[in-house]
Ligand binder design. Structure first.
Ligand SMILES: [Zn+2]
Ligand SMILES: [Zn+2]
Length: 286
């Protein structure tokens, strides 16, 4: 299995990171990608990737944390420059997570936080710039969208470049037909999380996603799948990817081993990890 989105860089895993990774590997997770959400967590993701063989990093400023630029009066160019330097480090496979987010977060580190026009404008600007960064550096792209679908698709469509084909994921995609249409049209991926175990709309949505466009993710420490969610067994961890795989296997009526093979291959292709060179003859046993 491939956990294409887990925040091992967050404080929930500070004390037992090695144990969390060991448990995931023991439960069949062979690869993990850790996305950054601001400069600090991006730096941490790179550090962790260098430390653990099966872990890779992504660096980026999450739309919610774009707020920091405004609040602290940071220089956008300087922020992007130091992010781009991180992008050059070993085992950094993608720019992410970046995107648009109009959700109002109750818990946030920002004082006087508001989702207003100015903030949305800044989010758009940062999304465009970070997409450009992925294109120019030939990296993959992890896109986040929450309650901002029109603006999100507009900016992503406008900033689209052919090199992002097959190398982009709509992570934790909202169950919306417009997102799926974009995915099929541009030949990219959709990431499905543990909420598929209890959210009926997600369950119907996942049935409509062709296997060739599907990747799995836990979004750990968030989005704990059922039955762990009812038992409040936080934090979520990459080892719980098994639960997500099993549920999707049941929902789509696809053998779990086959679903594992396909989604892992999709993850490898998305992040260009051990890609199979074109023209290679693949021998399939059985
Ligand atoms: Zn996200
Ligand atoms: Zn995330």
């Amino acid at each position: 299995m491939f956990d294409t989105h887990c925040h091992l860089n967050f404080s929930s895993f500070k004390k037992n990171l090695a144990e969390v990774i060991r448990k995931a590997e023991a439960d069949g997770v062979s690869c993990m990608v850790v996305p950054g959400t601001d400069f600090k967590t991006s730096q941490k993701a790179v550090e962790i990737a260098k430390q653990f063989k099966n872990v890779y990093a992504a660096v980026g400023i999450h739309p919610h944390h774009v707020y920091e630029i405004d609040e602290k009066g940071l220089d956008i160019e300087a922020e992007l420059k130091r992010l781009e330097e991180l992008l050059m480090e070993d085992k950094v496979v993608a720019v992410g997570e970046v995107g648009m987010d109009k959700h109002y977060y109750e818990k946030t580190r920002y004082d006087n936080y508001q989702v207003n026009d100015n903030f949305i404008k800044l989010q758009k600007q940062l999304l465009m710039r970070q997409m450009k960064m992925a294109v120019e550096n030939k990296k993959s792209l992890i896109l986040h969208n929450r309650q901002a679908i029109e603006e999100f698709l507009e900016v992503v469509g406008d900033s689209w470049d052919q090199v992002l084909t097959q190398r982009t994921v709509f992570h934790c995609a909202e169950p919306d037909k417009r997102l799926l249409e974009f995915v099929l049209e541009h030949d990219i991926y959709i990431g499905i999380d543990g909420d598929v175990t209890y959210d009926q709309k997600k369950q119907e949505f996942v049935k409509t996603i062709p296997l060739g466009h599907l990747v799995l993710e836990t979004d750990a420490p968030f989005l704990l799948p059922e039955p762990l969610r009812s038992k409040k067994m936080y934090p979520n961890a990459p080892a719980n990817l098994t639960i997500i795989l099993n549920d999707i296997s049941r929902l789509k009526g696809v053998d779990r081993k086959e679903l594992d093979r396909i989604t892992t291959e999709n993850g490898n292709n998305l992040f260009q990890i051990n890609p199979i060179p074109p023209g290679t003859k693949i021998h399939i046993n059985n």
